[in-house]
Design a protein around this ligand. Structure first.
Ligand code: NCD
Ligand code: ZN
Length: 359
């Protein structure tokens, strides 16, 4: 679809539709094999590109693995949809600086991801001490390959609700003092501390914000019983933090952009004595974000957050197509097929007030 630049620059609100530049998802878990084939169509329908997380089992730690994974993703994109995966490498204590050069030279690897060891799903290979990675980080800074951080300390003595704030003081501030030119994305921020830090910090920093952290506070996990489908990491925080995230996302500040952190797990792995972390939002991410922006009376800031700030931060062209959401009630399915199991999407069985129009 050909659209003029002036048309793309300002989101049109015609009666009850929102037409805006095609967005990208700057933080996504696609998994692999049959699981990936089950979830990819949802993302490819809503987004033109996605930063694909490398936390497979085993993780993606080489350019060669990233390229092979990208090939599997491209082969699974349904006919008629146009979707480009943007690959990442998983930082370990042993990722050599030469691998960063290979990644950059390949043109197909867009970032390196930090999982502090033990922080979240499939993070066993994660970094035990960032000082072990300084040569590799130096190379990332030199070659300008962005560093995406899961911003939580893993010290079990630190309360789970404080892990992000402690990460800023103990890890992020020292890291950025040592690598002032390194481009950093503080992924899936969940607290006022993180929003304030990203807004005020010097240098090249951005942050992704998920739809669930914009829509829910931690009460959602404990409403009338334990609700495993609202459990993700970093865990939902109290209402004052949710409000700080809403303020950040709707501020128009280009440092804040869309990243769904859609993280599919089979129903049985969520509804368990020790359930996995992750919310599934790839099916209806744009509708969920629209609801959050509308509730904040900030739909005029929606397009910049969904479609402009992310590509601008990564230095990639903005997409040229558009997508449209219509004001229409519809019910989120109770479950979705996922290999020989199912996924329960966020808000399963409940009504949403925005609906994406085909494709
Ligand atoms: C993610 C997953 O399942 O891979 N889970 C989550 O709760 N967000 C991992 C992550 O991003 O922390
Ligand atoms: Zn994630």
């Amino acid at each position: 679809m050909l659209v003029s630049r002036s048309y793309l620059m300002s989101m049109q609100t015609i009666t009850s539709t929102l037409t805006f530049a095609r967005p990208d998802d700057w933080h996504l878990h696609l998994r692999d094999g049959a699981d990936m084939a089950a979830v990819l169509p949802h993302t490819a329908r809503q987004f033109a590109r996605a930063i694909v997380m490398p936390n497979l089992k085993p993780p993606i730690t080489t350019t060669e693995q990233a390229q092979a994974y990208a090939q599997r993703i491209r082969a699974a994109v349904p006919a008629g949809l146009d979707f480009t995966p943007l690959m990442t490498l998983y930082l370990t204590d042993n990722l050599p600086p030469e691998e960063i050069r290979r990644a950059k030279d390949s043109g197909g690897v867009y970032a390196v991801k930090l999982y502090p060891a033990g922080a979240t799903t499939n993070s066993d290979f994660g970094v035990t001490d960032l000082r072990r990675c300084y040569k590799t980080l130096e190379m990332m800074q030199t070659l300008d390959l962005p560093f995406l951080v899961h911003g939580e300390v893993t010290d079990s003595a630190v309360d789970i609700f404080d892990r992000e704030a402690v990460f800023i003081e103990k890890v992020l501030i020292p890291l950025r003092a040592d690598f002032p030119a390194l481009r950093v994305v503080f992924e899936h921020i969940t607290t006022k501390h993180a929003a304030d830090y990203v807004r005020e910090a010097e240098g090249r920093i951005g942050a992704t914000i998920t739809p669930h952290h914009l829509l829910y506070n931690r009460n959602a996990i404990f409403t009338g019983g334990i609700r495993p489908h609202y459990y993700c990491l970093p865990v939902l925080k109290r209402e004052s933090h949710r409000q700080a995230l809403i303020a950040a996302a709707t501020s128009g500040n280009p440092r804040f952009f869309l990243g769904t952190d859609s993280a599919p797990h089979a129903r049985g792995a969520k509804e368990a004595a020790c359930g996995c972390a992750g919310c599934y939002v790839a099916l209806h991410a744009l509708e969920l974000y629209a609801e959050a922006f509308e509730a904040a009376n900030a739909l005029d800031k929606f397009e910049a957050f969904t479609s402009f700030h992310g590509p601008d931060f990564y230095g990639l062209p903005r997409n040229t197509g558009t997508v449209t959401l219509r004001r229409e009630d519809w019910q989120v399915p109770a479950q979705l097929e996922f290999g020989d199991s199912q996924i329960v999407p966020l808000r399963a069985g409940e009504t949403l007030r925005w609906k994406m129009i085909a494709p």
